[in-house]
Design a protein around this ligand. Sequence first.
Ligand code: TYD
Ligand code: MG
Length: 473
Amino acid sequence: MARKTKKPKTIWQCTACGATTRGWFGQCPSCHEWNTIEEQVERPAAGERVVLATPGASSEGAVVPVTAAQEQLADAQRLSTGIAELDRVLGGGLVPGSLVLLGGAPGIGKSTLILQACAGLVGVNDDHAHERPVLYASGEESIAQVAGRAKRLRGGSFTAADERLLLLAETRIEAILDAATARKPKALVVDSIQTVYSDAQDGLPGNIGQIRSVTGHLLSWAKSRAIPVIIVGHVTKDGQLAGPRLLEHMVDTVLAFEGDEERATRMLRASKNRFGSTAELGVFEMTSQGLREIPNPSEVFLADHPEEAIGSAVTASLEGSRPLLLEIQALLGPSPGGSPRRTCVGADPSRLAMLLAVLDRHAGLFVVDQDVFVNVAGGLRLSEPAADLAALLAVASSHLRKPIPRGTIAIGEVGLTGELRRVPRMEERLAEARRLGFRRAIVPSKSVPAGSPQEGLAIVGVDSVAQAVERAF
Ligand code: TYD
Ligand code: MG
């Protein structure tokens, strides 16, 4: 098709949020980031328009609506990656035609996780994708590097299923998609989005136009063939996905792979999931044989928990479908400056300020003039108000210089009037505490489970913060 070549139009666009502006601005008027407005060449590339083909729809442009019942996604169609922790965070496996973005800092283990998932995918002989290969396109490592790692992850020798793991060292998206189209894989992996570019777009790989164009290609390819695509993306030091926000808008699922440098523990969460909950947490350990799943994370997070220490309290937090025991530590000290500091790792400082005010007013512990440090052990984050009571008791313990007796767990939400509020799914939390050998649980009276008592676990129901402090020590 002959098209008149027009002078390419240039636009000004924010690399952080994708908003277009009328010219150069120091600060993006839309997302208020500084120095993110860049000039882009806008070229209406054919491959950039995303066509969501619906089976049965006419190709002439006439659209055929379907009823919702016709378009039900059977859970049975999901593909298992063979990694239970990953499947759970995805919402039960990979959905055909979905676009999944796996983000994480360089070196955290993204390629390792995906390579292990590929092994699972090729190893599972399901009805929908029997004997189909998985295509792993790497723009970062050579085939020899990827193959060497795959072999090491399998314990030194390939399996018969590995015949179906196809590797490609390529960074041109058109070439990757041609290869993928020819092989009809079960799943396609692109590692990483920042290294891949499209011929139809100007600019270096990793710039906003390229990322949008490449993701657009992958999106239309995935949707029209009902094949899942996993995209790996690097995040910058402050945890933002390097590249534009619009990448997160375009994909169906955004997974974040996190962990700290000192530990081998890695956590996988979904920050967006069109096909499942975003509350699930997957826990892994990085070993010399790759990532190992941790099905009982409480044991790992409590591994360093001292039996009886001043300023330490344990709670049970719900992470998606399962309860997780975690330790909260607090340290109080005199504040030299007169404006006391609140330093939180894994906890919300404004929630802490509220708890300190409640302790002061309703439990008679004058802590508001102290410097307070709160840390959630193991690199976890408190995500629920149910952790309030344990955080409050950890602070009280440090203030009173008394440890909470061994084997005690505290679960409850604290209200501004010093009352303890009901928390959901108490029985599951108590069962997890009992499984790990806890013998006493301090919980709101309203949440004491009726009926079957937890054998070996004494339940102490309390109504107020003052009562909780009194009973805990
Ligand atoms: P990698 O998956 O390459 O990280 P990413 O793709 O997120 O950049 O993992 C890199 C790190 O993981 C590397 O520092 C070595 C470590 N590692 C292990 O400890 N054990 C293993 O079996 C593998 C494959 C990697
Ligand atoms: Mg990598």
